[in-house]
Design a protein around this ligand. Structure first.
Ligand code: SF4
Length: 236
């Protein structure tokens, strides 16, 4: 990494390169990932829930050998753990699994059973937010699978941005992708798909807090349904 560049310079440089891909969203993602790998080397990491299949596929091709951070909350669907294992087998990435500091049993002893049902913000803070912050520490730049169309809270994300709270470069290579872009890429590249997609799960998180969505419903409507909660806190 060129130490003479400021954080602002880095983001401007990455953004300028992404702009050369114009409206080709696949090219944008590839350019961003290649630039980030070249710039940050082993200090680049991809954060994946294993429900963002296109992101891991793209990263394995554009940044082979890159580390992928998977937060194992202890509440994942068995299918999500199966996806993690399939990614390890199939793709040229290094998956690093990060666990919360408290087991589910220790959390229940301290906060009571099924904290997710009574206080999902605290449950997410323990099982997702703290592990992510700890997991990201060694890295200078991180990659998410966020898209602008995912939620009203995400409409202003850029492909390359400065994460001021964490003092890291943050990449959202899929920022401009539509649902059709995702479907086209999956079909064209034979991307591994999370098995729950076939039965209506559009956005996949922890099992107690995720339900399938009906046709026409927002993909995020299946997350923390009926609670008013829309984000786990790792992307805010
Ligand atoms: Fe807990 Fe639900 Fe958050 Fe998972 S998504 S950490 S189960 S509140």
């Amino acid at each position: 990494m060129n130490r003479n560049l400021t954080d602002k310079d880095l983001v401007a440089k990455g953004s300028a390169l992404v702009a050369t891909a114009r409206n080709d969203v696949v090219a944008q993602a590839r350019v961003a990932l290649r630039w980030a790998r070249l710039t940050f080397g082993d200090r680049l990491v991809v954060a994946s829930s294993m429900g963002d299949e296109v992101l891991v596929h793209l990263a394995s091709e554009a940044a082979p050998g890159v580390e992928v951070l998977f937060l194992d909350t202890g509440y994942h669907f068995a299918e999500t753990i199966g996806m993690r294992d399939a990614v390890v087998d199939r793709y040229e990435v290094q998956v690093r699994t990060v666990l919360p500091l408290l087991s589910i049993e220790a959390q229940a002893a301290e906060f009571g059973a099924d904290l997710w049902a009574r206080d999902p913000d605290t449950c997410c803070a323990i099982r997702k937010v703290e592990p992510l912050e700890r997991g990201l520490q060694p890295y200078a730049a991180w990659v998410t699978g966020m898209r602008r169309v995912d939620a009203p809270t995400r409409t202003d994300i850029d492909v390359v941005e400065w994460d001021a709270r964490r003092s890291k470069v943050k990449l959202n290579p899929l920022a401009a992708w539509s649902d059709d872009d995702v479907d086209r890429y999956v079909a064209a590249h034979g991307v591994l798909q999370h098995p729950l997609r076939k039965i209506g799960y559009a956005s996949i998180g922890c099992a107690p807090c995720t339900r399938p969505v009906a046709p026409g419903e927002s993909p995020r409507a299946g997350r923390w349904s009926g609670t008013g909660k829309t984000e786990c806190g790792i992307n805010t």
